[in-house]
Ligand binder design. Sequence first.
Ligand code: TXA
Ligand code: MG
Length: 325
Amino acid sequence: MQKANFSFYTNTLLDGGVVALPTETVYGLACLALNADAVDKVFRLKGRPASNPLIVHVLDLDQANGLSYPDEMCSLLSKRFWPGPLTLILPKKKVVPDNVTAGLDTVAIRSPSHPLFRKVLQLTGEPLAAPSANPYSKVSPTSAEEVITSFGNTCPPVLDGGKSEIGLESTVLDLSCQTPTILRPGPISKTEVEKVIGREVLNPNETIETGSPSKSPGLSVKHYAPETPVRLYPSLKELLSLAPSSSENLILIPSKKSLPLFDSYSAAVMYFSETGDPVEIGRNLYTSLHKGDLLKKKIIHIPLIEKTGGIVEAINDRLRRASTI
Ligand code: TXA
Ligand code: MG
């Protein structure tokens, strides 16, 4: 890992290279968004299909203006939620290379709040394209160590900014369609968005426009998956009655408080949080999946979070995408 030497990271980016940077959501694999060759490098390193567009990270709405045509809703939302975990899909300007947007006429933009990412944005003076810093379809990294583990000897330089505070990817909100639509649930909920724009917002499966192949090309169902198969249960109660207790299994539960229920199990048991607080579960979700994977068990058994509101929808969305059996 490189030391926090900002000129090294800035110069690598300005030379058309790729570096991993911390954000408040997950780590990103960053390059100059307006340099198509650098963007190609990110796609190759990640093993990501060219049909899946990247998010462009900006300092503020002014910088977003250079890349897209923001509307009134964008102004209201960016004022309220930027810098922060909200990505807005907007009509794109020609200056954005086609490979960034996978040929779409829209571009995804967000302004991250992590101070180290913002410092690099300031020093380069350029918008930075950055998908999550994991090989395609694998679990997103929330620490520098996880970036290094998941890329092994193809790992680019990683700027260590500690553990990502939120731990789940940003909410992706499409403002380019008739009715604003959440394409990826995240830390900022549909209700919070509706309050700010004073309009109804649709969920991913409620898209009313037809005819377009897929509004969110990156949202393949199998995603965010560890190597070990994940089996999901609708509740802790169902997991208790159905999951095998033998030692080749790993059971991952929301709260440490439920540990005594598994006293008689030979299976390994891990928990996402001390208290069951959804914010804490969100922060630890990917790290727990990374750690669980390292145990090399036959199956990881996980119950959905039995709460509603806030970040719970995003957590359960990621768990569904991680489950493979
Ligand atoms: O929190 C985050 O958003 C992190 C950090 C690094 O900022 N980034 C991230 O990027 O999660 P990525 O590439 O892993 O996910 C971007 C998502 C994908 O599902 C992609 O398909 C979608 O955003 N996306 C990007 N551009 C789009 C567009 N023009 N229209 C619809 N969806 C788009
Ligand atoms: Mg990703």
